[in-house]
Design a protein around this ligand. Structure first.
Ligand SMILES: *Cc1c(COP(=O)(O)O)cnc(C)c1O
Length: 230
């Protein structure tokens, strides 16, 4: 067994245990966050059955997408901060964007999504810990922005994403996820948005996120090891 295979098995076991502990079964999707990792590792992960990969840095991601274009059923998720001069490439090469936090960016992604491609799947990033330095909208901004984004023709609003402030104490990890999940349910109840995705949980807090209803966990370090510098 290779190191990568062992890491995937461990992460999948963590996900299954957490699902089991809260009576959920097999409904949490694993997004493998491959930023700074070479395309050879993505290829190996693909050979283990992994199809969904997350990237933060556009140029690095575009290079890998080109290198791996023979794997036609890979699904690419952009999860990093978005500058408005980068939206065309994101709209052309990705299947999902998790880090949308401005209407201007959403409009550009919709306008620039090439014809013939299915709608770009969108998660709105919410700044759940209220940190000034982090990107993401406030909960107060969420309902209006969600409705506006859902009305854009080439986008499909799938749900919400958050990166809470780092917290190593497991007993304190659940609160921000609970806040996001509550906002998600409330918005779905009050609207006909029918969002189906809660993108939350990373290597250090995936269990807490799953207990609170995460449908997609974004895992880098536990799968691929510590990050290489670009
Ligand atoms: C890097 C990154 C991850 C993965 O974090 P790990 O702690 O390495 O699992 C998840 N989400 C986002 C938005 C990231 O930038």
């Amino acid at each position: 067994m290779t190191d990568l295979q062992r890491c995937f098995n461990d992460v999948i076991a963590r996900i299954q245990q957490a699902e089991h502990a809260c009576n959920r079964q097999g409904d949490v999707q694993l997004l493998a966050v491959s930023k700074t990792k070479p395309d050879s590792m993505i290829r190996e992960a693909y050979s283990l059955g992994q199809k969904h990969f997350g990237e933060n840095y556009l140029q690095e991601a575009l290079d890998k997408i080109a290198q791996l274009s023979d794997l036609t059923d890979l699904c690419w998720h952009f999860i990093g901060p978005i500058q408005s001069n980068k939206t065309r490439d994101i709209a052309s090469h990705f299947h999902w964007v998790h880090s949308v936090d401005r209407l201007k960016i959403a409009r550009r992604l919709s306008e620039q999504r090439p014809e013939g491609l299915p709608p770009l799947n969108i998660c709105l990033q919410v700044n759940i810990s209220g940190e000034a330095s982090k990107s993401g909208i406030t909960l107060a901004e969420l309902p209006d922005l969600a409705r506006e984004i859902a009305s854009l023709p080439a986008l499909k609003l799938r749900g919400l994403m958050a990166i809470p402030a780092p917290e190593t104490d497991p007993s304190k990890q659940r609160a921000p996820f609970h806040t996001l999940a509550t906002a998600f349910r409330q918005l779905n109840q009050e609207s006909d948005l029918q969002m189906d995705t809660l993108s939350m949980g990373m290597t250090g807090d995936l269990e807490a996120a799953i207990y609170e209803g995460a449908t997609m966990v974004r895992i880098g370090t536990a799968l691929f090891g510590a990050r290489n510098y670009l």
